[in-house]
Design a protein around this ligand. Structure first.
Ligand code: NIG
Ligand code: FE
Length: 405
């Protein structure tokens, strides 16, 4: 490309192998990538690389899109290590929830915390993800279960996204569990969620998407549909904790609403798979929760693959079922426990995770996409899902700005 007639570039990352994630890994060996105004402006072979104001010599590292953790409950107070010990002695997750523990014990701790408290206790978990190359992070509410508590969680999530080098997408999960004030009155709580909490939080600009827990210990199909209808009235996209512990036809429901994703899916049926495939709803796989709950029924990976449903992989970082703040370990678990290929696991934390958040401006290395990258000291991209508890991330680039680790 001629320098005089061509566009100008802010920076070029050269001497680098690219996993563009276009059509698989989309490798470009000995490549280069140029950025301009925070976006990717040129991708190709090093020998054809354009000039730029700044040249980063990446010393033969691999460069991938910044990783995307598309399902977390990372903002919360307290932890549930005692509950975990009780589960190791035989109590079930459902028993603990029915006896007022589980999600409700995190609700008590979270309601007692200020926005600043929530930020302080959540920031180290977020930092852990950022050190592994995460540049976009979804954060759900769902441990406040009243207007004030949900607002605090979502405000903390937004503020973390302002303070730390990461894009935060917020999801309102008011329909996560029935708060004690509404015991025996689940329909009334759903009315509170749909008629008061969601509209007010959306008006404050705190809600990017709406989620619910459609489960026998959560909310019914009909109650979930009321939440989706309210989201639709406000023009907000939906996603769903679906078929995690039992079959509820949640995947079909969220697909019918053109949902971004159906998440968990251990008890997903063929009808659910077909509905998701037809609607383009992403399957978000959360192996950390499956591992930590010691579940045995796996999501129907081979059938999802055969139906062409895009599969994302996320941490589900939460204190009850997945105290996991490593996206690389989530990718490893998806491979070792569920037989995803390392390529599928990386797609699941990049291009398909972007789609699960409705963020088509990222997730691949293509001209026009956001210049969010992770640089890795690895010999091949399959290594990212391979190591257990080792982090080969050398540097992270957010909107074209490089941060060394
Ligand atoms: O994604 N399934 C419901 N929600 C969380 C767990 C919440 C909790 O136990 O605190 C999940 O697994
Ligand atoms: Fe979850």
């Amino acid at each position: 490309m001629s320098e005089r007639s061509g566009p100008r570039y802010d920076a070029v990352f050269a001497n680098v192998n690219l996993a563009t994630m276009v059509g698989g890994y989309g490798e470009v060996m000995d490549g280069a990538i140029a950025v301009h105004h925070g976006r990717i402006a040129w991708v190709g072979a090093r020998r054809e690389a354009p000039r730029a104001a700044v040249i980063h010599d990446c010393d033969g590292a691999w460069l991938t899109p910044g990783l995307i953790d598309c399902h977390t409950h990372i903002v919360h107070a307290g932890n549930r290590s005692e509950e975990w010990e009780a589960r190791l002695e035989g109590a079930s997750y459902e028993d603990i929830a029915r006896n007022g523990g589980g999600i409700m014990s995190t609700v008590r701790a979270t309601r007692a915390a200020s926005v600043e408290d929530l930020m302080r206790v959540s920031a180290p978990r977020v930092s852990q993800l950022l050190a592994e190359g995460v540049t976009t992070l979804e954060i759900k509410s769902g441990y406040g279960l009243n207007l004030q508590g949900e607002a605090n969680m979502l405000r903390a999530a937004r503020r973390l996204g302002e303070l730390l080098p990461v894009c935060v997408k917020t999801t309102f999960l008011g329909a996560h569990a029935l708060p004690p004030e509404f015991a025996g009155r689940a329909d009334d709580y759903i009315a509170e969620v749909t008629e008061r909490m969601l509209p007010l939080l959306a008006k404050e600009g705190l809600v990017d998407a709406v989620d619910a827990f459609c489960e026998h210990i959560g909310f019914t199909y009909d109650q979930t549909e009321r939440v989706f209808a309210a989201a639709k009235r406000l023009g907000l996209p939906v996603k769903l904790h679906a078929e995690q512990l039992s079959e509820q036809r949640g995947a079909e429901l969220v697909a019918r609403y053109g949902g971004l994703s159906a998440d968990h899916l251990e008890h997903l049926t063929p009808a659910g798979i077909q509905a998701m495939a037809a609607a383009g709803t992403v399957a978000v796989l959360l192996p950390g929760a499956w591992y930590f709950l010691h579940e045995t029924q796996m999501p129907p990976i081979a059938q999802l693959r055969a139906a062409g449903v895009p599969m994302a992989v996320a941490t589900d970082c939460n204190p009850g079922t997945s105290p996991l703040s490593s996206i690389l370990l989530a990718m490893n678990m998806a491979c070792t426990l569920w037989r995803l290929s390392p390529r599928e696991a990386l797609q699941g934390a990049t291009v398909h995770a972007a789609r699960a958040l409705g963020m088509q401006d990222r997730g691949t290395l293509e001209v026009g996409k956001r210049a969010d990258f992770a640089l890795w000291d690895i010999a091949r991209p399959g290594e990212l899902a391979y190591a257990i508890g080792f982090n080969p991330c050398q540097a992270v680039v957010n909107g074209g700005v490089m941060r060394e680790r």
